[in-house]
Design a protein around this ligand. Structure first.
Ligand code: DP6
Length: 327
């Protein structure tokens, strides 16, 4: 089934269009990473993944019917040839009648200094806003499926809290969506260590495809992801923060190991990333329970118990702390 056929079968018709709609979606950080696709058009993953959403840090998007397409990102109008604009409107074209033109205002509540990618919250916010604009009132499951089509990790940004994205088995992705696992166990805190916010040399999309097609460790990666996911689910069930943070750190390192073995190699670590890792490990040796995770970039995200926040920020004064449970 093609993407167009799948959408034709599942999208409600457009009969009632509001003048304006607005939506917010949180950013999310994976504790068990999504890395590798079994199908590209629908962004269907090889492994299930688990994330924590970042509370009130994310993307706010408003849509307004207009005579022509306009995109304003963080207060500045983007040229229609801008790659972000092209990607976003290509996505929106899948869902809107061709006669509908939109003025989109989108802004990130993530501090720019945090150097966090915003595509996950961006696609999640825009599909929520489209559902509202066309009075579709889509279920969270359907919103998650549709957000995944924009960017895989976006399917997790529909929810606040610990979120599980089930990889599913079906060709049309109808069983590959995220759902909320828990948002009542609130001990975890994060802090973002921005090592470098320059544009990365290789996007996560290209890096995961290269890893899947050329890394001899890719099969091991998906086995590790499966066992890490079981550990993380158990950690959430048992409220075992140490197990959760430890598993998240080793899962991130396993993902990076799989990409280092790709041809040509992919290495997101900068010297300062490695320096910060050693600092985290030194803190742990001296009794502070702090761990990290890393995505497709050089920045570290520290993980720790809320009671250790003051000590963590003392050790890492440049870190930007995040309470993932404030909405
Ligand atoms: C390392 O969701 O950006 O952050 O589906 O191709 O858009 P596409 O990829 P994307 O990849 C995210 C990769 C990651 C891990 C994760 O968030 O699970």
């Amino acid at each position: 089934m093609t993407l167009e056929q799948y959408l034709a079968n599942t999208l409600p018709g457009v009969t009632d269009i509001k003048d304006v709609s607005r939506a917010f979606a949180p950013s999310n950080i994976a504790l068990c990473k999504y890395w590798g696709k079994r199908q590209e058009e629908f962004n269907l993953p090889v492994n299930s993944s688990l994330s924590i959403s970042l509370g009130n840090l994310g993307t706010e998007t408003s849509l307004e019917c207009s005579n022509t397409d306009i995109l304003i990102l963080n207060g500045e109008e983007l040229d229609s040839s801008d790659p972000f604009s092209t990607r976003l409107f290509n996505y929106i074209d899948l869902f809107r009648p061709p006669s509908i033109k939109l003025k989109i205002e989108t802004s990130n509540t993530i501090p720019t200094a945090a150097g966090l990618a915003s595509s996950a919250s961006g696609f999640a916010a825009v599909i929520k806003a489209l559902s509202d604009l066309f009075s579709w009132d889509l279920s969270d499951q359907r919103l998650s499926e549709y957000a995944r089509i924009g960017s895989g990790s976006a399917c997790r940004s529909i929810y606040h809290g610990f979120v599980l994205w089930e990889k599913g088995e079906k060709h049309d992705g109808s069983d590959s969506f995220a759902h909320l696992i828990n948002n009542s166990w609130t001990d975890l805190r994060l802090a973002i260590l921005d090592v470098c916010s320059d544009k990365k040399a290789i996007s996560s999309r290209d890096a995961m495809n290269r890893t899947a097609s050329s890394s001899p460790y890719f099969t091991q990666w998906s086995d590790i992801a499966q066992s890490d996911l079981a550990l993380l689910l158990n950690a959430i069930e048992e409220k075992d923060l140490h197990l959760l943070m430890k598993t998240a750190e080793s899962n991130a390192m396993a993902m990076h190991a799989s990409m280092m073995a790709a041809q040509p190699t992919i290495l997101y670590f900068l010297a300062e990333s490695v320096e910060m890792m050693h600092k985290v490990w030194a803190c742990r040796s001296s009794g502070l329970s702090v761990y990290f995770t890393m995505d497709a970039g050089p920045n570290l995200k520290l993980l720790y118990h809320k009671d250790d926040e003051a000590e963590v920020l003392k050790q890492f004064p440049d870190a930007i702390s995040v309470n993932p449970f404030v909405t």
